[in-house]
Design a protein around this ligand. Structure first.
Ligand SMILES: N[C@@H](CCC(=O)N[C@@H](CS)C(=O)NCC(=O)O)C(=O)O
Length: 218
């Protein structure tokens, strides 16, 4: 079988940018899928909205091997593992684990990404909206608590091995780890590292993966 043609990944070109494209980048690296980045610093550009993503956001992919154009990072991850992870390196093909991996990906897409995103927005722009700022910081902590509880006594979310479900959480976790968010006075009583050791250990272990490191190389 000939090697697949490189997938086009539409994402920002700078070293620093929003976390959602990194979710896809990590999976591409981990599965050794050939790809090229298409610098998309203006996701509202007419060509992009018209031909690639009518929602005007990144990431999106175009796969010349199948002719598919796809946006929404969760859908892209599902597609990539379905098409390029036939051996199940980071996916579960059957049974309970297959559904659990989907469950966690949905949780990431609806429960982690949007809350963490709002927390960052209120942190940056919400000084005159303390209730909003507090609300989303609390939600970030709540999600960390849920993950910490799920990870009690286990190393990974599904079937005690690394899956795409774990990888999907990494970039947004990195945002809150790296940003000064965690040193905000609002966080002090929360003591994330002390209260949620399973979560912190899991995230640190995922950050040490080669695919994650390569995804964040400048
Ligand atoms: N649910 C979408 C969210 C995509 C998203 O919000 N991407 C950000 C970058 S992380 C973006 O394009 N921001 C530009 C904007 O909001 O205009 C996904 O997971 O792909």
């Amino acid at each position: 079988m000939s090697a697949p043609l490189p997938i086009k990944l539409y994402m920002h070109s700078g070293a620093v940018g929003g976390p959602n494209p990194y979710k896809v980048l990590i999976v591409l690296h981990h599965l050794d899928i050939p790809f090229t980045k298409v610098a998309t610093d203006d996701s509202k550009a007419e060509w992009y909205v018209k031909d690639i993503n009518p929602n005007g956001r990144i990431p999106a992919i175009e796969d010349p091997n199948t002719g598919l154009t796809l946006w929404e990072s969760g859908a892209i991850i599902e597609y990539l593992v379905d098409e390029y992870d036939k051996g199940g390196k980071i996916s579960v093909k059957n049974g309970k684990g297959a559904w659990e991996a989907k469950q966690y990906l949905h949780f990431q897409m609806s429960g982690q990404g949007p809350y963490f995103g709002q927390a960052v927005w209120f942190y940056r722009f919400g000084d005159n909206m303390p209730d909003g700022k507090k609300r989303y910081l609390e939600q970030v902590e709540r999600v960390m608590m849920v993950l910490n509880n799920i990870l009690e006594g286990k190393e990974y979310l599904v079937d005690d091995r690394l899956t795409y479900a774990d990888l999907a959480f990494v970039p947004w976790n990195m945002v809150v780890q790296k940003w000064p968010l965690l040193s905000d006075p609002l966080w002090k009583p929360y003591q994330i590292e002390e209260k949620y050791p399973n979560f912190v250990k899991w995230q640190n272990k995922l950050c040490a993966l080669d695919a994650v490191k390569r995804s964040y190389e400048p």
